[in-house]
Write a protein that binds this ligand. Structure first.
Ligand code: AKG
Length: 284
């Protein structure tokens, strides 16, 4: 890693950064609800994973020049987008994201992997902002998760966590969190933070009266592979060297076009589609 950014090397996270485009405060949230309403019309299910393959708006955010520039300063010039996800927490819903590191779930061969968490709404202490444990990325994998193989469990549609948890499996880091205090990364809509694949992170209940929604994009260096998927994986090439292990996911030229729907369906079978299968595929 290059780590040439705001103490990322020491902390395992950096924030706040601004998207290159100035959006009206409500615009990003509107785009999210508009996207989900189109999902109902075109697909008849909610989408939380890889929405940027269906929507030119979220594609544009994933390729925002300020995001890419910050990512390149950390993981270098050879970059793919491996996955992305919405993390919505409506007011009064009681949803949480239990504390975890990403790599036990993602099973990637390199640590040259970061997430940009883009705030689509205000995200603060009250609304259950993303919180991170400073320096925890230096501890390696702290604990195993409660399923043997996250990818296999995902394919079977297993979920071991409570209904309120946006994650499907637990790393049981409650004791770790008691002695290693998380820092709350408060963001305004249109701002973003970046965290390392091994940074312990999670978030609490949204106690505000407004939704708290994040769009997290996963960037990997080109030499990254999946540990289990030997046949290959798919990802979007961003810049620099390519990796023959990844087949190219196609960026949408029109939102919800037939081509983008087929491309998204195909990408959902790849290793970068993971998580709570029920949440992703539930018919509405
Ligand atoms: O949105 C959150 O609260 C958690 C996000 C998260 O776990 C991630 O981006 O990896």
């Amino acid at each position: 890693m290059n780590y040439k950014i705001d103490n990322f090397d020491t902390n395992g996270f950096a924030y706040p950064f601004k998207l290159s485009e100035n959006f009206e405060p409500e615009k990003l949230q509107e785009e999210y609800y508009n996207f989900q309403s189109k999902c109902k019309d075109f697909l008849n299910y909610n989408v939380s994973l890889k929405p940027n393959l269906l929507s030119t708006f979220f594609d544009k955010l994933a390729f925002d020049k300020n995001v890419i520039s910050a990512v390149k300063k950390i993981i270098g010039d050879d970059v793919y987008i491996w996955s992305s996800a919405f993390f919505p927490k409506e007011a009064g819903e009681g949803k949480i994201v239990s504390f975890h590191q990403d790599n036990p779930y993602w099973q990637l061969t390199s640590n040259n992997v970061v997430s940009a968490w883009i705030a689509l709404t205000k995200s603060d202490e009250e609304s259950g902002a993303l919180s991170v444990v400073p320096g925890s990325h230096r501890n390696g994998i702290i604990k195993k998760i409660d399923v043997k193989n996250a990818r296999a469990s995902y394919l079977k549609g297993e979920k071991t966590t409570s209904e309120k948890d946006l994650l499907s499996y637990s790393q049981n880091l409650d004791d770790y969190i008691k002695v290693n205090s998380p820092k709350c990364l408060e963001l305004q809509p249109g701002e973003f933070s970046i965290h390392h694949v091994n940074t312990v992170h999670g978030s609490g209940i949204n106690k505000s009266l407004q939704p708290r929604i994040g769009f997290a994009v996963r960037y990997v260096s080109s030499d990254t592979k999946h540990l289990i998927e030997k046949k290959g994986d798919s990802a979007i090439h961003v810049c620099g060297k390519k990796n023959s292990y990844f087949s190219d996911e196609i960026r949408p030229s029109e939102s919800f076009s037939r081509k983008s729907i087929i491309n998204h369906e195909k990408a959902m079978k790849a290793a970068g589609a993971f998580g709570n299968k029920k949440y992703v595929f539930d018919k509405k």
